[in-house]
Design a protein. Structure first.
Length: 257
C-alpha cells in the first residue's frame, strides 16, 4: 500500500535521504529506527508531502502521491508529529474535529457523519473525558493521544507517527504502543519511528533501520536486531548489548540477538 521508490532528499544541498526504497504492506505496524539525525523525521515528512522529495517517488494505494491533491492525500495518510505542543487554546474536541477538514469542501461544515467519526476517534483513544479541556493544558501523554485521535478522525488508512513515546513515562508509552496494536487490529497501517529498541522489537511487524540517510535494513523484526546492526548503526559495543536489549540476548551466530 505504501511504496517508496529511490527517494532522495536534501536540506540546502546536504543529502539527508539517499536513494530510499521500501514497500510497506497494509494492516501491520512498521517500525522505523535509527540514531538521531539518521533521517527518520525527514522520511516521514517526505511520505506525507510536508517535504517534497528531490528525486524518486512515493506511491500510496498505487497512486503517485505527488499527483494527488493535498486534501485527498490528507484523507489517505495522517502524520502525528513529534513532541506535540499545541499553543492555541482550543478544546480537545475542536482539535479532533479538525481531522475532518480534508473531507469538507470550502465553507462546508461538519455533518452528522463527521461528528460520529469524531466520537469514535475520541472513544478509540480514550480521550472522550478530555473533550472540553483546552489542548494547551494537556500532559505529554494526553496530547499524544489527542493527536492520534485527530489522525483517526481523518479516517486515513495509513498513520505515520514520529517517536510517539518519546518523553513519555513507561505507563504512557505502553498505552500508546498498545493503542497502535489495537488500531492495527482494526485494519490501520502504521509506520512509526521508535527510539526505544525494545518497544520496536516487541510491537513492530517489520523494521526499517536508517543509517546516515540510507536504508541499512528493511525486513521482518525477527531478523533486524543483529549484533552487527547494533554495533554498526547504533555504536553499541558487544559488552553493552545486554544493557540495551531487555531480551535474552544470546547470539545465534549471525542471526538476531
Ligand atoms: P531523525 O528524525 O532520525 O533524528 P531528522 O530527519 O530529524 O533525523 O534529521 C536528519 C538530518 O537532517 C539531520 O542531520 C538534521 O540535522 C537535518 N535536518 C533536519 N531538519 C532540518 C532543517 N529544517 N534544515 C536543515 N537540516 C535539517
Amino acid at each position: 500500500m505504501l511504496k517508496i521508490k529511490h527517494l532522495s532528499f536534501s536540506f540546502g544541498g546536504r543529502d539527508v535521504l539517499k536513494d530510499i526504497s521500501a514497500s510497506y504492506e497494509p494492516g501491520l505496524i512498521h517500525g522505523l529506527i535509527g540514531p538521531n539525525g539518521s533521517g527518520k523525521t525527514t522520511l516521514l515528512k517526505n511520505i506525507c508531502r510536508i517535504l517534497e522529495p528531490n528525486k524518486g517517488r512515493v506511491d500510496l494505494f498505487g497512486q503517485d502521491c505527488q499527483a494527488l491533491g493535498r486534501r485527498h492525500l490528507s484523507s489517505l495518510v495522517s502524520l502525528v508529529p513529534q513532541n506535540p505542543k499545541v499553543n492555541f487554546p482550543i478544546t480537545v474536541y475542536e482539535l479532533v474535529k479538525m481531522g475532518r477538514y480534508p473531507h469538507l469542501k470550502r465553507f462546508q461544515s461538519t455533518n452528522e457523519n463527521d461528528l460520529q467519526v469524531v466520537e469514535r476517534a475520541l472513544l478509540a483513544t480514550n480521550t472522550d473525558s478530555l473533550r472540553e479541556r483546552s489542548v494547551t493544558e494537556l500532559s505529554g501523554g494526553e496530547a499524544q493521544l489527542v493527536l492520534i485521535a485527530r489522525a483517526l478522525a481523518t479516517e486515513a488508512q495509513l498513520i505515520l507517527l514520529d517517536e510517539p513515546t518519546a518523553s513519555l513515562d513507561v505507563g504512557n508509552s505502553l498505552a500508546i504502543m498498545e493503542l497502535l496494536v489495537e488500531l492495527k487490529k482494526q485494519g490501520k497501517t502504521i509506520l512509526t519511528s521508535v527510539h526505544d529498541l525494545n518497544q520496536a522489537r516487541r510491537f513492530c511487524d517489520t523494521i526499517t533501520i536508517l543509517k546516515e540517510g540510507e536504508i541499512y535494513y528493511f525486513g521482518p523484526t525477527a531478523n533486524a536486531f543483529t549484533r552487527a546492526a547494533l554495533e554498526d548503526v547504533f555504536r553499541v559495543t558487544f559488552a553493552q548489548i545486554n544493557d540495551v536489549l531487555e531480551f535474552d540476548s544470546l547470539f545465534v551466530s549471525g542471526g538476531s540477538v
